[in-house]
Write a protein that binds this ligand. Structure first.
Ligand code: EPU
Length: 292
């Protein structure tokens, strides 16, 4: 491939959009390199470009737990135009990483397969949920995983079995770009699955500000503690900077009340960390990714 073609091709899958249009908290300016690949070969092409230019890559998935300021020279990848698959066979599903988890739960329900209902209402894609080993109500997504298919840094497609991956609380050892995942589910009736979804949705609606643009929980829970409870104990609920507010419902959530910007969220996060450390002596660790 000659240089001219490289640049033309890269430009054809590059987007000038504002990141706020893709982020769940509706914040973020124009990144220098925001790519929206349509095929695996586009992805290979992007990785070729990033490895030659030594640029860090950040898959954005559903844009639900990334706070983006000035993306600098980082390369952001949005997966929405890659092909979507969801193939159910007996009690297993093979699903593309760009599949929304709520759509997956609904597809599985029609086939009397359940297990992942605890993730219902999270506005995220399967790839991102796996990368961070998302969890709620005492369960983690990795419990249902069989294998993942990735595009490795050499541009090769590879299957990685679950036992080759380390999973812990909100963490995985996955480094490569996830393309697909296979899960083994539980046989359940549609009614049972429906009632589980409704139960988890009701708890979330009652305890989390899911109807406002947010980033999910900002901090990981320190061992044996709840970050939300600690922030609450510091009297920080309702604290505001500009249009950014620490939720009155759950103190580990920050909500966008209108025109929130990166700096306001970042400053509120710094304020929370400082107050919790000074008052309680615990250093909170971020669960979200901040690309400043
Ligand atoms: N609490 C307060 N004040 C608050 C928030 C919570 O006192 O502002 C108290 C609650 O009353 C409860 C305890 O803290 O006694 C724990 O709260 P909750 O049940 O809401 O759970 P959490 O530890 O705050 C975790 C996950 C959530 C997940 C819920 C439900 C983390 C960081 N958070 O929250 O995950 O949805 O359990 O299982 O692990 C996420 O990862 O983005 C996330 C939201």
């Amino acid at each position: 491939m000659n240089k001219k073609f490289d640049i033309e091709h890269l430009n054809s899958i590059r987007s000038d959009s504002y990141f706020k249009d893709f982020s769940h908290i509706k914040i973020g300016g124009k990144a220098k390199y925001l790519f929206i690949p349509q095929s695996i070969s586009d992805l290979v092409f992007i990785f070729d470009f990033t490895s030659k230019n030594k640029l860090p890559v950040f898959p954005i998935g559903g844009g639900s737990n990334v706070l983006l300021g000035n993306a600098k020279n980082r390369v952001l990848i949005l997966d929405r135009k890659l092909s979507k698959i969801c193939e159910i066979n007996s009690d297993e599903v093979v699903v593309s990483a760009n599949f929304n988890v709520n759509s997956l739960i609904m597809n599985l329900k029609k086939n009397n397969l359940g297990g992942l209902e605890f993730l219902a209402t999270i506005p995220a894609h399967i790839g991102g949920l796996l990368k961070m080993n998302a969890g709620a109500f005492g369960k983690n997504i990795s419990e249902y995983l069989k294998w993942i298919e990735v595009l490795n840094k050499y541009g090769e497609i590879e299957i990685i079995q679950k036992d080759e991956i380390e999973f812990s609380y909100r963490k995985s050892s996955i480094k490569d770009y996830i393309l697909k995942a296979a899960f083994k589910l539980e046989r359940k009736s549609e009614e049972e699955i429906d009632s589980q979804i409704k139960r988890f949705r009701r708890i979330r609606e009652e305890t989390q500000p899911i109807n406002f643009p947010n980033l999910g929980c900002i901090f990981k829970n320190p061992k044996g503690e709840s970050a939300g409870k600690l922030i609450d104990e510091c009297g920080l609920k309702g604290e505001k900077i500009g249009d950014v507010e620490i939720s009155q419902k759950h103190a580990n959530f920050i909500i966008n009340r209108g025109n929130a910007c990166f700096e306001d969220v970042n400053n509120l996060i710094k304020l929370i960390k400082k107050k919790v450390y000074v008052k309680i002596g615990i250093e909170l660790e971020l669960e979200i990714t901040i690309l400043d």
